[in-house]
Design a protein. Structure first.
Length: 240
């Protein structure tokens, strides 16, 4: 597991790969834009990612982590060398655990814009929050459930709330019971069909990821085989 670090000059760099990380870290949850606008592993290695739109997310995460007293942070676009199939498979099978072990998870909602006003009721961001693309993506399901601390932010850095303060809104939007959201009930208390239902209105760019994004939800590991198709991947998931 590699981390990112924001230094005092504003530069973001990668750490070496750490097999069993024990340092506290923040982690980012977001929706991907166009592939050529996201900062990838190679961009950080050669320093060419600053001009990409996705760099703003990295910088936000680094600054917010620093405000929370955390030196290291993790972002999926650039902390995994996706050209290495072994590393990618290991990361997919470890993802739920990485989010669960994070000290803070920041949800970066690119489609919600607010000003800095507070005290307005109802909050002007509530309708776009309900309709955010973040709630339609497959990978963000585990990113909502796994971490103990999940905080929601607009692109301007305004904090909208956290998983506790917004638990009723989150339940209404996702249909996931509050006991599952807050980890007061083990996920094993919910049936296979119940947990699959939480993902029914979500989508992924690669169809097999609809199954792979549920591995941590079911606490299982299995080989990642891109090209097998969604149905085969879901069949293997159920068999495991």
């Amino acid at each position: 597991m590699r981390f990112l670090k924001l230094d005092e000059t504003g530069e973001i760099s990668l750490t070496k790969d750490i097999t069993y990380p024990t340092i506290p870290y923040a982690i980012l949850s977001h929706t991907w834009g166009e592939d050529d606008e996201e900062v990838n592993f190679g961009d950080l290695k050669d320093g060419s990612g600053k001009a990409k739109d996705g760099y703003r997310k990295l910088y936000f995460c680094g600054e917010q982590a620093a405000r929370d007293g955390l030196q290291y942070f993790w972002v999926d676009t650039c902390c995994i060398d996706k050209s290495n199939s072994t590393e990618l498979s290991e990361a997919i099978n470890s993802m739920f655990r990485w989010y669960r072990n994070a000290a803070r998870c920041y949800v970066y909602l690119t489609d919600i814009l607010t000003n800095d006003r507070t005290g307005i009721s109802p909050e002007p961001w509530e309708a776009p929050f309900r309709n955010s693309r973040w709630f339609t993506r497959g990978w963000t399901l585990q990113e909502l459930i796994a971490p103990p601390s999940v905080e929601f932010f607009c692109p301007n850095g305004k904090r909208l709330g956290d998983k506790k303060s917004l638990e009723q809104q989150l339940y209404k939007i996702t249909g996931i019971p509050v006991s599952a959201l807050q980890s007061s009930s083990p996920l094993s208390n919910f049936s296979f069909d119940e947990r699959v239902l939480w993902a029914q209105n979500r989508d992924t760019k690669r169809k097999e990821d609809l199954a792979y994004s549920l591995l941590g939800i079911f606490d299982i590991s299995m080989p990642v085989i891109y090209g097998e198709g969604k149905e085969n991947a879901l069949r293997r998931l159920k068999r495991e």
